[in-house]
Design a protein around this ligand. Sequence first.
Ligand SMILES: Nc1nc2c(ncn2[C@@H]2O[C@H](COP(=O)(O)OP(=O)(O)OP(=O)(O)O)[C@@H](O)[C@H]2O)c(=O)[nH]1
Ligand SMILES: [Zn+2]
Length: 298
Amino acid sequence: MTRQAEGTVVGLIAGFYDVQTNEGVIRTRARGVFRQKKQKPTVGDHVEIQIDDQGTSYLVKILPRLNRIGRPAVANVSHVLLVISAVQPDFSVQLLDRFLTFFSWQKVAVTIYLSKSDLLENSSKLAQIKQDLSYYEKIGYPVFYDAKELVEKVPSMIKENQIWTLAGQSGAGKSTLLNQIKTDANQATGKISMVLNRGKHTTRQVQLFKVGEGFLADTPGFSSIDLTPIKINELCNYFIEFRRASSNCKFRGCQHLKEPGCEVKKELADQKIIQSRYDDYLAMRTEITEGRIPEYLK
Ligand SMILES: Nc1nc2c(ncn2[C@@H]2O[C@H](COP(=O)(O)OP(=O)(O)OP(=O)(O)O)[C@@H](O)[C@H]2O)c(=O)[nH]1
Ligand SMILES: [Zn+2]
């Protein structure tokens, strides 16, 4: 008698897939059928597994994916912790807008964390950054300025079966933050890490570990994003406040350029939408049209 179970791929090690089920982590092999179909299970995939009489387990089905992002890839990412540094590298709303657009396009919710503010203590530069970030908070992105507070809150923020990962420019402080979260999380999840540690001598690409009721990817996350596959006419949907305003634009499919009765342009004139957001929208339209990726996104 074989029996079935469902779970999430939390790690892949030398051809084996570790699947977190409600009976614990089960190490499985992928059925050859995947190779024929050219499908490759990815960490984060929700899967069906079969366990036979001898206790051998097979991954038999990949359930539909929400997305598949990053390098190494993680599937079904629902949230990212976006690490943006105050300095080294310098804070940039242009960079922030590009990350936010990318994740919005990929159906990923974003929590922003400003790192390295300690290097700018009490400066006017820091005050400016905080003012810039207050706009993003206003349109709906949670913003954290303090690593300690974020690390404390992260476990309660990660809801059932959600998969979170880190993102941000190279050097922004992703690994530093991840290590702080892991130190905290490991205390609560010692049992699970012990089960997984059996494969530790082999190289892992990426692994999910339990935090809160879901998972956090144990990778430095990703620092490069490519916006060029976004369809130009859909770009405005990924600016979350433009999308909200667009229900009041006169024309459906309004691109918020020169159309009459455009609510986005009205909110821009009323300074409800800040100029830098609109400028970035136009700049990204050009980048997409020309298939060009800005240097700092590579
Ligand atoms: N002063 C200060 N330094 C920090 C902070 N966060 C990270 N750093 C330092 O910034 C440098 C880069 O941090 P990492 O955590 O390696 O950055 P990363 O985003 O993982 O970088 P990549 O692996 O290149 O993508 C390290 O020297 C950290 O010690 C912070 O909040 N304050
Ligand atoms: Zn419009």
